[in-house]
Design a protein around this ligand. Structure first.
Ligand SMILES: O=C(O)CCC(=O)C(=O)O
Ligand SMILES: [Fe+2]
Length: 296
C-alpha cells in the first residue's frame, strides 16, 4: 500500500503525532510500549538461545558469532530467524501488539517477511555501517517496516540505532563496492549527518524504521549487551521479488487483516541484491575489513 493511503487510516496504537513522525522522518521510537510480561517471556527465550550457542564453534546460517565467542564466554552478533528457534518469538511477532504497531505504518493488512535478533554484545559488539535495508529484500512498494524491540534499556554507549531523518524520501544508494562485493555501506559524504538521530530508550521500546531510511550503529563500548529483536513486515499487497535472505516457514504469513488480491506498485526503482537463493552471505565480512571504530 502506498503512503498516501496508509496515512488516511487512524492509528490503532501509536499517536497521530508519532505516525506523522514516522512518515516525515522515516523512523519513530515508541517508548515503553511492550509489557513486562512480554519482555520477561522474550528475555527468557533469548537466554535459552545464548545457552544453546555455547555448543556452536563457528558462525553458521543461524548463529552469527562475535570474535572471542567460546563455550565459557558466549558472544553473539545475531540469531537469524529467531521465530524458527523458539515459540516465544513468533508469539510476540504475530501478537496483537506487534501487528498493531506494524499496521499503524503499513496499513490494515500486515504481512510478515523475516526477523533477526541482533545482540551487539558487551565490550566490543560490532558496528553496522550506514545503509538502507530495502536493497537486501526489494518489494513492489516501500511499505516494509522493521520493528526493533529493545529487550533491555538501550543507552548511547551501547551502540544504539542511529537514523538519518527524512532520508527515506531521498535516493536509494549503491550497496556494492567497486569489486561488486555486497558491502551494504553508504559513505557519509552522501547525506547530511546533521540530521542523524540516535534512538536510545527504556526496555520495551520499539523503533519503527522504514525500509528506505539510512541508518547505522556504533560498536558497543559498554559492559552490557544490547539485544534488539528486529522483525520486518509489509502491507499485504507489497510483494517481495527476490529470494528472502532469512527465509522461514512463517515468511509471507498475514499477521493481521487479509491477503491481497492485487499487488501495490511504487514506480521508484530498487537495486537488486546478489542471488541468495542458495544461502545468504551477510555484509559484515567485508565491512569488518575496514576501520572497526568508524561508521563507514
Ligand atoms: O542492530 C543494529 O544496530 C542494526 C541492524 C541493522 O541495521 C540491520 O540488521 O539491518
Ligand atoms: Fe539495517
Amino acid at each position: 500500500m502506498l503512503d498516501d493511503k496508509i496515512c488516511l487510516e487512524k492509528p490503532l496504537l501509536i499517536t497521530s503525532r508519532q505516525k506523522e513522525e514516522y512518515f516525515e522522518d522515516g523512523a519513530v521510537l515508541i517508548e515503553s510500549v511492550v509489557s513486562e510480561t512480554w519482555l520477561h517471556k522474550i528475555r527468557r527465550a533469548s537466554d535459552e538461545i545464548i545457552e544453546r550457542s555455547r555448543k556452536i564453534e563457528q558462525s553458521n546460517g543461524q548463529y552469527i558469532l562475535e570474535e572471542g565467542h567460546s563455550r565459557d564466554n558466549p558472544r553473539l552478533k545475531r540469531l537469524s530467524s529467531p521465530v524458527d528457534h523458539h515459540n516465544a518469538f513468533w508469539d510476540f511477532i504475530s501478537s496483537e501488539i506487534s501487528s498493531q504497531l506494524a499496521a499503524d505504518v503499513v496499513g490494515p493488512d500486515v504481512k510478515y517477511h523475516h526477523s533477526k535478533l541482533n545482540y551487539k554484545w558487551a565490550n566490543g559488539g560490532t558496528k553496522f555501517d550506514w545503509h538502507q535495508d530495502i536493497q537486501s529484500w526489494p518489494h513492489t512498494d516501500y511499505s516494509p517496516v522493521t520493528l526493533g524491540l529493545f529487550l533491555y534499556d538501550c543507552t548511547s554507549d551501547q551502540g544504539p540505532m542511529v537514523t538519518i531523518k527524512k532520508s527515506h524520501k531521498g535516493p536509494l544508494f549503491n550497496m556494492y563496492d567497486k569489486n561488486q562485493n555486497w558491502v551494504l555501506s553508504i559513505p557519509e559524504k552522501e547525506f547530511n549527518l546533521n540530521l542523524a538521530k540516535e534512538h536510545t530508550g527504556p526496555a520495551g521500546s520499539v523503533l519503527l524504521l522504514n525500509c528506505r531510511t539510512i541508518h547505522s550503529s556504533r560498536p558497543n563500548k559498554s559492559n552490557r549487551s544490547r539485544p534488539m529483536l528486529l522483525s520486518v513486515y509489509s502491507s499485504a499487497d507489497s510483494m517481495p521479488y527476490t529470494s528472502n535472505p532469512i527465509p522461514s516457514p512463517y515468511s509471507g504469513t498475514i499477521v493481521r487483516g487479509k491477503r491481497a488480491a492485487w499487488a501495490s506498485h511504487d514506480p521508484r526503482p530498487c537495486q537488486l541484491p546478489p542471488d541468495w537463493s542458495t544461502g545468504y552471505v551477510g555484509p559484515w565480512a567485508h565491512q569488518n575489513q575496514k576501520n572497526e571504530m568508524g561508521r563507514t
